[in-house]
Design a protein around this ligand. Structure first.
Ligand SMILES: Cc1cc2nc3c(=O)[nH]c(=O)nc-3n(C[C@H](O)[C@H](O)[C@H](O)COP(=O)(O)O)c2cc1C
Length: 333
């Protein structure tokens, strides 16, 4: 099945293996594309198994910049570099999807030059280890509206740069995931409390992006569906969220972890988020992308055959070895 075509909205993929977003942090200090990053993506796009590359999370505004040398989609000045990035991916026939992100409370003040913002003033457990233990500021409703606009403006830049699709990042403890998870969203206004309220910003972002890019342009969302921890988001929440996103007009649901980020403690088997992808797949008619722990083509084939997902992401294996599972590739067991 890995060679079978798949329709994602108006976009046709010519295989089922996708390179998910993996931050290289090889940009300039202000987020511009470098020759180093072009070479990285060109090599991976040449892998014949890869039908689409989702480029690493790019910040939609300085306020949401997670790390030094992160890719930017926050300014029209980024367009020239982004066009080159898309071109090196297209040169090998692969599709390119742009992941749009606001890091929220995960943004490091020393990188963004400003206080981090979040749904609620909750310090992420991972943050002090990164040398920043400052409390994020709670977002006001006008600030939330500004962030929604930034997502839409960034999506337009992705279109202008020639990307085939965009992905809204709502996983791995970044801003939209912070709204979704009850561990980080303690708001008492319309953006907090019930799950439906915690998904309000997602509906607004999807609507704004849709309006900006038009009905025909493929839009995905990466859902950090479950926190796998006491008091956190659950698989049932993810099923509800996926239905909300389908209704709101996305074309693809890309599942991953929430506050646990992209791994689950104690689980390393291929497709370790399949409990999530299977539950979501049963609930929506949209294609579902599953990533995590896939090391070989056989792993991917088995997950597809078993109906765990429609697309399989191969992250670290391709990151380490651009020639993964080809005659020239190293053994990536
Ligand atoms: C170094 C590194 C950087 C990553 N950067 C991103 C990112 O920018 N956006 C994102 O959604 N996930 C990111 N991830 C998560 C991957 O997309 C993927 O979900 C994860 O590596 C698990 O898949 P794998 O077992 O195939 O590697 C990153 C993971 C790693 C190891």
């Amino acid at each position: 099945m890995i060679k079978e075509k798949l329709q994602v909205g108006t976009m046709e993929l010519d295989g089922r293996i996708v390179m998910p977003p993996l931050g290289t942090y090889k940009c300039t200090e202000d987020g511009k594309v470098t020759d180093e990053i072009l070479a990285h993506y060109a090599a991976r796009a040449q892998n014949p198994h890869v039908s689409m590359i989702i480029t690493e999370h790019s910040y939609i505004a300085l306020q949401g910049k997670a790390k030094a040398r992160q890719l930017s989609v926050s300014s029209d000045d980024d367009l020239e570099g982004l066009q080159k990035l898309v071109t090196v991916i297209h040169d090998s026939g692969a599709k390119a999807m742009c992941q749009l992100n606001h890091a929220g409370s995960a943004a490091l003040s020393e990188v963004s030059g400003q206080q981090a913002v979040a749904p609620s003033p909750v310090i992420l457990p991972t943050k002090p280890a990164m040398g920043d233990d400052t409390e994020p500021a709670e977002l006001s409703q006008p600030q939330i509206r500004q962030i929604v606009r930034w997502f839409a403006e960034a999506a337009v830049r992705a279109v202008q740069a020639g990307y085939d699709a965009v992905e809204i990042h709502s996983a791995h403890a970044y801003l939209l995931n912070q709204f979704y998870s009850p561990l980080t969203n303690k708001r008492t206004d319309v953006y907090g409390g019930s799950l439906d309220n915690r998904l309000r910003i997602h509906r607004e972002v999807i609507a704004a992006v849709r309006e900006a890019v038009g009905t025909a342009y493929p839009v995905a969302i990466r859902l950090g569906g479950c926190d796998y921890t006491e008091g956190g988001s659950t698989i049932e929440d993810a099923v509800y969220a996926a239905k909300v996103f389908e209704e709101a007009g996305v074309d693809l649901i890309d599942v991953s972890g929430g506050m646990c980020r992209y791994t689950v403690p104690g689980r390393t088997e291929p497709g370790y988020f399949r409990d999530l992808s299977e539950a979501v797949k049963r609930a929506v008619a949209l294609p579902v992308l599953l990533t995590g722990g896939v090391k070989t083509r056989d792993d991917a084939e088995k997950l597809l055959q078993e109906g765990a997902a429609d697309l399989i992401g191969v992250g670290r294996a391709l990151f380490k070895d651009a020639a993964w599972e080809t005659a020239g590739g190293a053994q990536t067991q």
